[in-house]
Write a protein of this length. Structure first.
Length: 527
């Protein structure tokens, strides 16, 4: 007898797992199908060198919605988030910028560069706090369609309008600017210190094929500021056991509600009859049937690859083909024989338990972007670095360490050659750049893993290696994500839904797309 479920979720990334957990929580018989040997998608921990655990792709947590942690009881399923409370920006001359959890210490460090900026930093923080609170409402709602006359959309627009008009005048003004300005233009309203502006603006380029002076990067900066842990905005953390522990906790919660999870099960196509999805076909030819099919894959996979030819409106396919991915990020993971030594000597000895930002100046970031604009990887890249073993000692053997380097820019499309030929050259550029700030780094590397955008695409199925399943540009947000008219997690095929980061509210280890999609499926009756 053929297998049959109430719902099949395609893809065991964190959004797919969240979606499955909520559907199972509502009493649905749910099956998750994941092509790899482990769940998590980009949210995985792997031991690729004996005794050393790498958070291979995603590496920090902040954006995960508190309601998901609470409703799925993730702490009860093993999720422990350790604080990541500081950012060190080293400079080649031995100077440094340090910002930590102690506001007085941070103020003193900024005042070394500019007393004026030290005074402005608190005002900047308050502004971003209120911006994050203003946008938080939109993270939890299904985007209404402004072109629709359906009563639900009209009510949704009215509720959104009422909310926005209830904001302070300054908040509305700043929010409007954030949606259109570059990160640098936004920051220059407060600060004059180059290294401070560079480090803060780096949050606006993560995961985008844009430079810090590109319009729209101010919103990406806010997107990363919206991280919330224990009610604190801009609070970043590291999951004990690496990011794979996040996926495992969600998977454990889903199983506790009755969901089944099958790995090494790649879906090749949908079974469609009379414009309604009836099931899926696996790579091995097996057919599995369900009342509801949910894709947590990106929009290209969801709309272009899985449905049979002719089953989707050509107008929608045209819009999806125009959806911008432009993967531009890489990861370099290192196993270290000892701790790196820095040219600078921060007063706070705990700085290795926080983030390290290689963003010494705005020109440095722009030059890194220039390399990518002309089809090459950055020879001196921007990097966001953590040493997970300093936060969670179980990530490496005693006395040894792992280092996680998020690297920008590494364009998916290279002007010359290919990533198979240039992968190690990118790794060399990263290590050479690190050596400018950590002179002993080359002597202590035991193992190196270089993950290019092509690797991200081939290993975990993110088109062009884009970590957000599509750029967070103004034309790809809210009711336009992934396409106008299709931002409510449904598709033109009956019983076929979408719940990946290519839907509202976007990427990061957030889980909101998975949860919101589940709420819509349940509103529809689950089929």
């Amino acid at each position: 007898m053929a297998e049959r479920y109430d719902a099949i979720v395609i893809g065991g990334g964190h959004n797919g797992l969240v979606n499955a957990a909520y559907l199972a929580r509502a009493g649905k018989k749910v099956l998750v199908l994941e092509q790899r040997h482990l769940v998590g998608g980009a949210t995985v921990t792997e031991e690729l060198y004996p005794g050393f655990k790498y958070s291979v792709f995603s590496y920090v947590i902040s954006l995960m919605r508190p309601e998901i942690i609470r409703e799925l009881n993730l702490p009860g399923h093993g999720l422990t988030i350790l604080p990541l409370e500081s950012t060190l920006t080293p400079l080649q001359n031995g100077e440094y910028l340090y910002r930590g959890s102690d506001p007085h210490e941070t103020r003193r460090n900024i005042a070394r560069f500019s007393p004026r900026d030290a005074d402005a930093y608190q005002d900047y923080g308050h502004t971003l706090f209120f911006m994050a609170k203003a946008v938080k409402y939109m993270l939890g709602i299904v985007p209404p369609d402004p072109t629709s006359l359906h009563p639900k959309d009209m009510l949704g627009l009215a509720a959104l309008g009422k909310y926005l008009t209830g904001l302070r005048e300054d908040d509305i003004y700043n929010l409007t600017k954030l949606m259109t300005m570059s990160a640098v233009d936004f920051l220059e309203q407060w600060f004059e210190t180059d290294v401070l502006k560079a480090t803060l603006s780096a949050s606006g380029i993560i995961g985008t094929f844009l430079g810090p002076r590109s319009p729209g990067t101010a919103y990406v900066l806010l997107h990363h500021y919206m991280g919330e842990l224990d009610g604190n905005f801009r609070a970043w953390g590291f999951a004990k056991g690496g990011t794979g522990a996040i996926a495992e906790a969600i998977a454990s919660s889903a199983r506790a509600f009755g969901a089944k999870i099958r790995t090494e099960a790649k879906v090749s196509e949908l079974l469609v009859k009379n414009n309604s999805v009836r099931g899926i076909v696996l790579d091995n030819g097996d057919e599995i049937f369900a009342d509801t099919i949910v894709s947590s894959l990106d929009p290209w996979q969801t709309f272009l690859n899985l449905p049979p030819n002719g089953s989707m409106p050509e107008e929608l396919l045209t819009d999806i083909r125009k959806f911008k991915f432009k993967g531009s990020s890489a990861k370099v993971n290192l196993a270290l024989d000892a701790l790196p030594q820095f040219n600078c000597k921060p007063e706070n000895s705990n700085f290795l338990r926080g983030a390290i930002s290689i963003s010494p100046s705005l020109d440095y970031l722009e030059q890194a972007y220039d390399d990518a604009k002309y089809g090459d990887f950055s020879r001196r890249p921007y990097m966001d670095i953590i040493i997970p073993s300093m936060i969670d000692p179980d990530m490496a053997p005693p006395g040894k360490h792992v280092m996680s380097c998020f690297v920008q820019y590494a364009p998916y499309h290279l002007r010359e050659g290919n990533w198979e030929d240039k992968r190690e050259a990118l790794g060399d550029a990263v290590v050479n750049t690190l050596a400018e700030y950590m002179p002993n780094i080359k002597d202590i590397i035991l193992h190196r893993q270089v993950v290019t955008p092509l690797d991200i695409e081939e290993r975990i199925g993110l088109s062009q290696g884009n970590i957000f399943q599509g750029e967070l540009s103004l034309s790809q947000l809210f009711f336009l994500r992934p396409a106008a008219g299709w931002a409510k997690y449904r598709t033109p095929l009956k019983n076929y839904y979408q719940c990946g980061s290519g839907t509202h509210p976007g990427g990061g280890i957030m889980g909101a797309p998975g949860r919101l999609a589940a709420m819509e499926i349940l509103k529809d009756g689950g089929h």
